[in-house]
Design a protein around this ligand. Structure first.
Ligand code: ATP
Length: 437
């Protein structure tokens, strides 16, 4: 059986500019789809095609398996409610009359407003908190108030399918949440909703599916939990995100961090850490644009969580387990691709000691190892001295010891500026090394 709403090879051009390119997707009745994508990616054009306001250059839109453009105009107007950006916002009509316009498709010629029409308008204005604006001229409302009145008008239409283009764009945060909650309730009543949004969090919290667009094409489409991932969103928007899970809804939410640039620093490092010891360093390394891999760390460890949320390459081991051979080999392979191995001042136990064995092995293969004075403090060693022996062996064989993350970062910068330095410890590092001894 076909879907409630479906597009097949849908394309649209403005002159020679392809705005929507061979878009294929289908949604079930009652879906609540968030349409997201960068500016100019074709979201509004797609919505206009779905509303039948634009005629596709190629392909078709099907509503309940029928060619949308072949449905009588009045049938379309009854079924599809729209809240678009380009409403005439200087109308002097009182708001209740604007909302009543939503009833037009249900009227016969010369029909007057019925009691039911007034009831539906009243309910729509209650739902959108616009009842107190009923007598006010539309033109005199604020942007957010106008937006809510236009949503009320669409609700008064009692549509099956609601298409909204950035319905939250002029709303303060309270009304953003309120409007999204109203839409979620409408969905529970069986209305199918497609809604262009700029905020991934509104989509992640309220929608059940996401349609991501880039350059007129579908970039990703599916359930929120399948599609809304930092790797996908970062690539779509060119912004780094941190992902958290909402403690109550268990839906993901995203914190934009910075504009994603390809790692701009020429050096790459592998970080051995654990228990949160790597976090301060991770932040500094990433701020400099240095590519970082992490491991081996136990799943659910604070550093593992940070690396995962930052979408870094990370080698993990099961929680509370000693590191398995295949994970050690994987970490070694990854670290071999890097310029340095950095050891954070973490606690050492029998479970993670093997990370120091890899560091020694990597050093033997010519990899440069950097660590911190604090690493040599025996209070971090819960292996009866084995960890300290490994760390001292690393130092004897040329590992550089630093007082602080910033001095290590300075060293990396010097190293880039003076290529020969990579084989010769810097003065600051040497002095730290001798102090440590
Ligand atoms: N009326 C028009 N005439 C010519 N080009 C247009 C027109 N409307 C949109 N475009 C172009 O078509 C492309 C897609 O625009 P569209 O408005 O569909 O994107 P969008 O994803 O909704 O953008 P935004 O997030 O900025 O609202 C853009 O390159 C835009 O410049």
């Amino acid at each position: 059986m076909g879907k409630y709403l479906e597009t097949r090879d849908l394309s649209f051009y403005y002159g020679s500019l392809p705005a929507v390119r061979r878009v294929n997707f289908g949604i079930e009745r009652g879906a609540f789809v968030g349409v997201l994508g960068p500016n100019g990616s074709g979201k509004s054009t797609l919505l206009s095609l779905l509303a039948g306001l634009l005629e596709p250059a190629q392909g078709k839109v099907y509503l309940e398996e029928k060619d949308l453009l072949k449905l009588p105009r009045k049938t379309r107007a009854k079924k599809i409610g729209m809240v678009f950006q380009n409403f005439p916002d200087q109308l002097e009509l009182p708001c209740h009359e604007i909302v009543m316009m939503g009833r037009f498709p249900h009227w016969r010629r010369w029909q007057k407003e019925s009691l039911r029409d007034y009831q539906v308008v009243n309910r729509a204005m209650q739902q959108t908190a616009t009842l107190h604006l009923a007598e006010q001229p539309f033109a005199q409302l604020s942007g957010g108030e106008k937006q809510r009145v236009m949503i009320a008008r669409a609700l008064a239409q009692e549509p099956e399918l609601l298409l909204l283009d950035e319905p939250t764009s002029h709303l303060d945060i309270l009304y953003q949440i309120e409007i999204m909650s109203i839409l979620a309730q409408l969905r529970e009543q069986g209305i199918t909703i497609l809604c262009v949004l700029h905020d991934p969090n509104l989509a992640a919290q309220f929608c059940n599916q996401a349609l991501l667009m880039k350059e007129g094409k579908i970039f990703a489409f599916g359930k929120i939990e399948e599609v809304m991932k930092i790797s996908v969103l970062s690539e779509l928007f060119g912004v780094e995100f941190l992902e958290e899970t909402h403690p109550y809804t268990l839906r993901p939410f995203f914190i934009p961090l910075s504009i994603s640039t390809p790692y701009k620093h020429p050096l790459k490092v592998h970080l051995i850490c654990g228990g949160g010891s790597g976090k301060p360093l991770l932040r500094l390394l990433l701020q400099k644009g240095i590519e970082v891999s992490v491991g081996v760390v136990n799943q659910l460890d604070a550093d593992e969580e940070a690396a995962r949320k930052l979408n870094l390459e990370v080698v993990t081991e099961k929680p509370f387990s000693s590191i398995q051979k295949e994970n050690l080999e994987k970490a070694e392979r990854i670290a071999m691709q890097k310029d340095y191995v950095i050891i954070a001042p973490t606690f050492w136990g029998e479970g993670n000691l093997a990370n120091l064995e890899i560091a020694l092995s990597l050093q033997e293969k010519g990899k440069k190892v950097l660590l911190f004075e604090k690493c040599l403090d025996s209070k971090f060693d819960f292996t009866g001295g084995k960890a300290r022996q490994y760390l001292e062996a690393l130092c004897k064989r040329g590992a550089l010891v630093f007082k602080s993350p910033t001095s290590l970062l300075d060293y990396l910068d010097e190293d880039v500026a003076t290529p020969k330095r990579t084989t010769m410890p810097s003065e600051s590092a040497q002095s730290a090394e001798s102090e440590a001894k």
